[in-house]
Design a protein around this ligand. Structure first.
Ligand code: UDP
Length: 325
């Protein structure tokens, strides 16, 4: 299929691009490069540098590539920042997605895989979380993703748009030539390795008094390549009714366990300091991915935290300056 990947110069999008190509799809990337990197787009892949809110530019890219489907990842995605700047988040993520959908309808592109998030669940009542759990986002970021899931449902019914939404838990790890390069970095795993490489001060553990066995937060880390593979499966199973799938490994590791694994994998002592809770962090976020396993046959190839961290460490130690662009 000819696929346009929005946000394809970002961390997850660049891996999705590679995995789609490996599966035989013809991919073009649409990215504003505000947080993405030119260097993350594989050679030979057409890169359209524009904002999704620019409907004319999106239409041009869809036409240029004769797109048959869109994988839509372009978004700003920090829970904490979204609380301080809801306007920016609604504008970028909601208006950007509506503009993209306008362009798709105008160009008769009727298929979309949408990048959603575990943040739609807010503070879950039951773990592991399945897709039937109530969605009560605690942040504007979660709101923006939940809103677009609803828009897709309505557009499917009214306009025949075929869609699937994937609710990501904690993407981590890397491919040999594509990894994490956020500026500034806020995520636990790359921050630990930046500290191991002497590029950053000791990481603060956000909270040690959570109701978990070691007092630190538990998250469901999923290898970014496993996450990306789910997009190829989703592209083959789109429908007007639209399906929503969680994507995690179902295990769950605490911040302390991730720290121990990062020390093992890097062979570095990695000093940390214990700090206060970060606002908005639920104690435990672990997915049930039973639905996507049953319906699409998805299984993680890299369910172990050490393997995920080994790939992240390989990428970061070989690319200490990220993409250099
Ligand atoms: N975390 C931490 N220190 C940091 C960054 C993150 O203790 O400097 C914790 C955070 O509270 C959460 C987990 O690590 O429990 C994963 O956070 P991250 O920001 O990587 O992903 P998120 O869960 O916010 O999507």
């Amino acid at each position: 299929m000819n696929v346009l990947v929005t946000g394809g110069a970002g961390y997850i999008g660049s891996v999705v691009t590679r995995v789609l190509m490996r599966e035989g799809h013809d991919v073009a990337v649409f990215d504003s490069l505000v947080t993405g990197h030119r260097g993350a787009v594989p050679r030979g892949v057409q890169l359209h540098v524009a904002d999704t809110r620019d409907t004319v530019a999106v239409r041009g890219a869809l036409r240029d590539h004769r797109a048959e489907a869109v994988v839509h990842l372009a978004a700003i995605s920090q829970v904490g920042t979204s609380v301080l700047d809801p306007r920016g988040y609604f504008d970028n993520n909601v208006r950007g997605s509506l503009s993209l959908l306008d362009a798709m309808l105008a160009e008769n592109v009727g298929r979309i895989v949408f990048s959603s998030t575990a943040a739609v669940y807010g503070e879950p009542e039951v773990c592991p979380i399945d897709e039937a759990a109530p969605t009560q986002p605690k942040s504007p970021y979660g709101d923006t993703k939940r809103m677009i899931e609803t828009v897709l449902q309505r557009y499917g019914a009214a306009y025949g748009l075929e869609h699937t939404s994937l609710r990501y838990f904690n993407a981590a790890g890397a491919m040999p030539d594509a990894g994490e390069d956020h500026r500034p970095e806020t995520h636990l795993i790359p921050k630990l390795f930046q500290s191991a490489l002497g590029q950053a001060p000791p990481v603060t553990v956000f909270g040690t008094d959570y109701p978990t066995p070691d007092g630190t937060c538990i998250r469901d880390y999923i290898h970014v390549e496993d996450l990306a593979r789910a997009h190829t499966l989703a592209l083959g199973a789109l429908s007007r009714e639209g399906r929503v799938y969680n994507l995690g490994c179902g295990g769950g590791f605490s911040v302390q366990q991730v720290l121990d694994a990062a020390r093992r994998v890097s062979g570095c002592p990695i000093a940390v300091q214990l700090g206060a809770r970060r606002e908005g962090d639920p104690a435990i976020l672990v997915a049930s991915s039973a639905r996507i396993a049953a319906e699409l046959g998805w299984r993680p190839a890299y369910p172990g935290i050490d393997e995920i961290l080994t790939h992240a460490w390989d990428w970061m130690s070989k690319h200490p300056n990220g993409y250099d662009d």
